[in-house]
Write a protein that binds this ligand. Structure first.
Ligand SMILES: Cc1cc2nc3c(=O)[nH]c(=O)nc-3n(C[C@H](O)[C@H](O)[C@H](O)COP(=O)(O)O)c2cc1C
Ligand SMILES: [Mn+2]
Length: 475
């Protein structure tokens, strides 16, 4: 089903050209001047409310000469097209991501003179990040935030690349903030360096192909190089170029790269910022990023993500089920399906369907899910005949098959998301939460379920002339 898409260059502008040519309904261009403060977010919010999810290209953002590409990941079909899949369900897409992740693709190094992202190099006093169309999204946001920067870092112990998206508040023209949540590998890399009194190099890559984003957000360990996973998603080596001022390599065909260093022991108040649960992430004393250089293409595109909305929720939402399923399979070989529901904001909940062979297996499956994904708060395990893509079916299994004292277990003071609105101290940004596993499978003493003998083989038309079948009583 997957089709190798060789017809366009595997970068942001190549993907946009492909959409324009083959799926033009996915692109909306706005040429009128729009305010980066609430103007951009206002338009996308209203489109979302009306059920529209195109990529929106803002040609004229007030105060910047750089066009803005917004809302790229708000639509599942576009994520699927990024893998070259013209058709397929979420489950098929996730299976394809999972398959590609098993065959990482090594990057290739290119010279600076051949790297589009090095066409323009800005250092020293000339650095001014505010030249970019960086937006303010929600009413109480502390300021402007870069929201779709793919941060490349390197594990100081192994030299292996890590990539994650972290928000960056603009503090000054050459100083950014960062929220490295306790759920992120990036947090571990920064702490490893800081404990040794060392700065952490970090390159913020802006503007790339959606398959690169999928690879970066795929679940992996610190020992998996996410540049190679991004290469696997794109099914070709990522061309990389050494940074100008820091010891890291970055994708040569990105639009913009902000080369930075996190100095040890320095903190600055960061946030509030409207976050993925739909609530504001609280002010915290967070590290800062000193900008050493900004490099970009001659006519760069800036890309953002609308956090707390589909653009953010879908992107790192749908793909997480594959890693959960692989981990649950270790605890429970008969796992049939894992779904991450929108109702849990694609983060907090997962539904796991198993064919229960051994008593206690459902709880083992729930525990494995918590091991796989630190964002999860609720792991709900059902029998394999329950449709985990249907919230009501899962709720019905809970209603009928759960005895709370026997089937629910809790893990208090566990590592979770510091943005969880129900953590031990949401206002302080605590990452300590309580996890809950629910075994909603039928137990061995579960009564027989009702059935009418012969009903399925009845020919209703013999009794109801003109019977119309499902949906219509009479044809
Ligand atoms: C649009 C968007 C914004 C995000 N912002 C943050 C953030 O500010 N801090 C954070 O720790 N994770 C954030 N995430 C989630 C991480 O990018 C994600 O957990 C990623 O897998 C982390 O990679 P790592 O574990 O390799 O560090 C964001 C995700 C998306 C899609
Ligand atoms: Mn990682």
């Amino acid at each position: 089903m997957a089709r190798l898409e060789n017809a366009y260059t595997p970068d942001l502008r190549g993907y946009l050209e492909m959409l324009e040519r083959e799926h033009p309904e996915h692109i909306l261009r706005i040429t009128a001047e729009v305010d980066p403060k609430f103007g951009v977010s206002g338009i996308i919010h209203r489109l979302e409310q009306d059920g529209h999810s195109p990529v929106v290209i803002f040609d004229n953002v007030k105060g910047s000469k750089v066009p803005l590409v917004a809302n790229m990941h708000a639509n599942f079909e576009r994520l699927r097209l990024a893998l070259g899949m013209e058709k397929g369900t979420i489950a098929e897409f996730v299976a394809e991501c999972s398959k590609r992740q098993e065959s990482p693709v090594d990057p290739v190094m290119v010279a600076s003179k051949d790297a589009p992202v090095h066409e323009v190099v800005i250092t020293g006093d000339a650095i001014d990040v505010e030249a970019l169309p960086i937006c303010t999204y929600h009413e109480k946001d502390a300021g402007k935030f870069i929201t779709a920067g793919l941060a490349v870092m390197r594990d100081p112990d192994t030299g292996i690349n890590n990539v994650g998206i972290y928000r960056h508040q603009v503090h000054e023209k050459n100083l950014l903030g960062v929220q490295l949540s306790e759920t992120a590998d990036g947090n571990v890399i920064w702490k490893k360096n800081e404990r040794r009194g060392l700065p952490t190099p970090i390159a913020i890559v802006i503007g790339h192909h959606p398959a690169f984003f999928i690879g970066s957000l795929a679940f992996s360990t610190l020992d998996d190089d996410e540049i190679k996973i991004a290469g696997a998603m794109l099914q070709r080596p990522i061309p990389m170029v050494p940074c100008k001022t820091i010891p890291l390599d970055v994708p040569a065909d990105a639009e913009i790269v902000i080369e930075c260093e996190i100095p040890p022991e320095i903190r600055r108040l960061e946030a509030p910022f409207g976050e993925y649960p739909g609530t504001y992430g609280p002010e915290r004393m967070n590290p800062v990023l000193e900008i050493k250089a900004i490099t970009h293409r001659r006519n760069p595109l800036y890309q953002n993500a609308f956090v707390a909305h589909s653009d953010n929720l879908l992107l790192s939402g749908v793909i997480r089920s594959s890693f959960i399923e692989r981990t649950v399979r270790i605890a429970c070989p008969t796992v049939r399906a894992v779904a991450i529901p929108r109702a849990g904001r694609y983060r907090f909940m997962c539904y796991i369907a198993i064919e229960c062979m051994i008593e206690g297996e459902a709880k083992a499956a729930a525990m494995a899910a918590f091991v796989a994904d630190p964002f999860l708060k609720y792991a709900i395990v059902v029998d394999h005949d329950v449709d985990v893509t249907n919230d009501a079916a899962v709720l019905e299994a809970i209603a009928c098959r759960v005895r709370a004292d026997r089937d629910i277990f809790m893990v208090p003071y566990a590592k979770g998301s510091p943005l969880d609105p129900a953590s031990y101290d949401p206002a302080g940004g605590s990452h300590l939460v309580t996890k809950m596993g629910i075994d909603a499978t039928r137990k061995s003493n579960y009564p027989d379920e009702v059935a009418v003998p012969g009903a399925l083989s009845l020919d209703l038309a013999a009794f109801i002339p003109g019977y119309g079948g499902p949906g219509r009583l009479r044809g």
